[in-house]
Design a protein around this ligand. Sequence first.
Ligand code: F3S
Length: 430
Amino acid sequence: MQLTDHEKAMLDGREGPAVQKAMDLLMRYGEALGAERLVETNNVCATITATTPFQRDIALKGGGMDAVFSEFSLDSAEVVQVPKFKTFTNHLQLGFDPNQPERFGLSEEIVQFYERSERHVAGLGANILNTCTPYQVGNVPTRGEHCAWMESSAVIYCNSVLGARTNTEGRESCGAAMLTGRIPDWGYHLDAPRRGTHVVELEVEVESVQDWGLLGYYIGELVQERVPVVHSRRGIARVPNLPRLKHFGAAASSSGGVEMYHIVGVTPEAFTLEQALGGNKPAEVLRYGEAERRATYEKINATGKDAEIQYVMLGCPHYTIEQIREAAELIEGRKVHPSCELWIFTPRAIKSVADRNGYTRIIEDAGGILMTDSCSAMSRAVPKGTRTVALDSAKQAHYLPAILGVQAWFGTTAQCIDAACTGRWNGGYA
Ligand code: F3S
């Protein structure tokens, strides 16, 4: 790879051993990818804190939090002292909500260790956003901005909706980016890989959050890691808002590995179909009509058999304030059924708005819980005795049965709230 003089100096150790390790990692990573150079970034979103007993043991062996960062964020067995981060750095979600440790089966010791690590990385300059949706709470990169982000649902939003540029990075490459302000100039940082490869012609209106989740799931399964272009000859009747695009992207990146899509007339690199394709001849033109939507619905609900529901989980990806308000309105004056639990996940910053607006109180009065920092798939935590869950997220419906062996019903938010209050799944294809 070609390096600038500044990059060579970092690699030579002139900014200390941690930056040298970071550059060494980026060189190995970039060369494996076939990158010709590094690109400057000032926007990193990654998991940085320490949350597991294994990480605690590493910290306790000597070296403290530097040992954890060296091993997990720099791929270095040698412990190096970690300086302040150079870039605008944001911590993503963790494996639990530290305010609800008992629900995640955590000891007080682990919570205290986590809090120590949170203070440590905050001291190095990381913003403790604790969410898979950093774009909702203070990190909204601009079009063309080069980023280094982890978390598939955030990456696809960053590339497609915001027009910023990132690959799906790992903890180590993000750790290196924080210390150097560099990431390999490869994949979605370049123009050509961002162009559409497949066209999806809409033959039905796609309007609700559920509609967009179904469409994303359908597309991801068929195009896998390619770049779909959603097109409607009649034009998209109702411009999808943040929750719709969030659910669409999360579904496409879980049934497939989509990191970038275009919606003609909606997303920033797709004013026209021609612009979205950028001269590519589509590998395939897929048609999405009522039959495809119905079949996708059946597929996502394939594990749902029993009508009794023990758990309703909302907030994958983390709920917007608008979605919390909707859930609060749906449940106000009702009660969660004694045989069921309702957990709703959102970023800490949005929860504080929900607290002030009274939505948290409405949800809690009904017997639900508004949580932050994690989700059931990430934490592998569900209420005791859960056999069947109800979800309004195609992504979570994809993962929970596979991770925990539970049955999952996927439906609208209203159907899920109804399931929470009756303990039964009364949903169905709307
Ligand atoms: Fe976020 Fe968990 Fe869904 S991390 S995208 S809520 S699987």
